[in-house]
Design a protein around this ligand. Structure first.
Ligand SMILES: *Cc1c(COP(=O)(O)O)cnc(C)c1O
Length: 353
């Protein structure tokens, strides 16, 4: 165990549990493009129920879910307002422009959390010169801004003000169950005002593949068509949906462990000389820390960590990201901190010699 690989790169690396594998082996299946896969139908019905919506759609990836939503909500030449570190902007291959013909209208917000005050000056609905606002998108929890969360009043206000102007709002809720846990409210309370929500089964919930889109019946009908355009019409997808259903029912109950481990890591990191992190800002399962005070670049440090079996990626030359998940326990977190201290002791010893 001591020498096994500890993977803190992302919660996407989680592997399906025994219960998921059993459910996959036993899944009833049919052709989902004909809407005849009972396991997919069950997963979609359950996701819609949990989110208090009319309908849901199983998609192969979160990217396809988000980009499908953007396509349904917008027309070519419109703006999509989003935070400048948002996944739809920085990590989805420019698809909002390539596929939906949209202009990303980005802005930076403290900790990645937009407010209506920040958004309002970018909203443009008049006929005239500028491209018009077609969609506002929020990410909860934020990924690249450090797993931070939108207080419900903030996201509610954005939805209300946007709707007064007939602008739809999409939620990238890849890790919505982490956000719900951190905020202590229900999924329906936190997401009810959004026109559409995407969430991932394949991140902290631990399913091998898949994400969900939820919304009104007309929205999901349109999304189903767009999913097919993107090549996301799957056939006997019930083997995947069966794992997704286990993830949806069982995994949210254990996410508090990941949050506790992330906080533990953050507190340990804060005590290491040369490393900068504010543990108070670590409220979910993602943490970023600045290593520039150690004298090593993030890339060098992550290379040395990897040599000791601990995986964590540098996101720029100064910053490393770590993500906790169901395949990382407290002992693993202690080991990551020990290895980091060991590497820095060697580096500083060499510097003094
Ligand atoms: C992971 C992630 C997605 C979706 O990613 P896929 O790899 O396409 O499933 C979307 N948004 C956020 C914030 C994410 O972290």
């Amino acid at each position: 165990m001591a020498n096994s690989l500890l993977d803190l790169r992302s919660d996407t690396v989680t592997r399906p549990t025994q219960a998921m594998r059993r459910a996959m082996a036993e899944a009833e299946v049919g052709d989902d493009v004909y809407r005849e896969d009972p396991s997919v139908n069950k997963l979609e019905a359950r996701a819609a129920e949990i989110f208090g919506r009319e309908a849901a759609l199983f998609v192969p990836s979160g990217t396809m879910g988000n980009q499908t939503a953007i396509k349904v909500h917008t027309h070519h030449g419109q703006d999509v307002i989003c935070e400048e570190r948002s996944h739809i902007y920085v990590a989805e291959m420019g698809t909002m422009s390539a596929f939906s013909g949209c202009v990303p209208r980005t802005l930076r917000a403290p900790d990645g959390i937009l407010t209506w005050n920040l958004i309002e000056p970018l909203v443009y609905r008049a006929a005239g010169f500028r491209s018009r606002t077609g969609l506002i998108e929020l990410e909860n929890s934020s990924n690249l801004a450090g797993g931070t969360v939108y207080p419900r009043v903030v996201s509610d206000e954005i939805c209300d003000r946007a709707h007064e102007r007939d602008i739809p709002v999409h939620l990238d809720g890849a890790r919505i169950f982490n956000a719900v846990l951190a905020l202590g409210c229900s999924v329906i309370e936190l997401t009810g005002k959004f026109d559409s929500v995407m969430f991932c089964l394949s991140k902290g919930l631990g399913a091998p593949v898949g994400s969900m889109l939820v919304g009104s019946k007309p929205f999901i009908d349109n999304a189903r068509t767009v999913r097919k355009m993107l090549g996301g019409g799957m056939r006997q997808a019930g083997v995947l949906a069966a794992a997704g259903l286990v993830a949806l029912e069982e995994s949210p109950k254990r996410l508090h462990i990941d949050h506790e481990n992330a906080r533990f890591l953050a507190q340990g990191l804060a005590e290491i000389p040369g490393i900068k992190i504010d543990p108070g800002k670590v409220v979910t399962n993602i943490l970023f820390f600045d290593v520039s005070g150690t004298g090593l670049s993030s890339y060098e440090l992550s290379k040395r960590l990897a040599e000791r079996g601990v995986l964590a990626n540098g996101t720029n030359p100064r910053v490393i990201r770590m993500v906790t998940h169901c395949d990382v326990n407290r002992t693993g977190c202690e080991r990551a901190l020990d290895e980091l201290r060991g590497i820095l002791a060697v580096a500083h010893g060499a510097a003094q010699a």
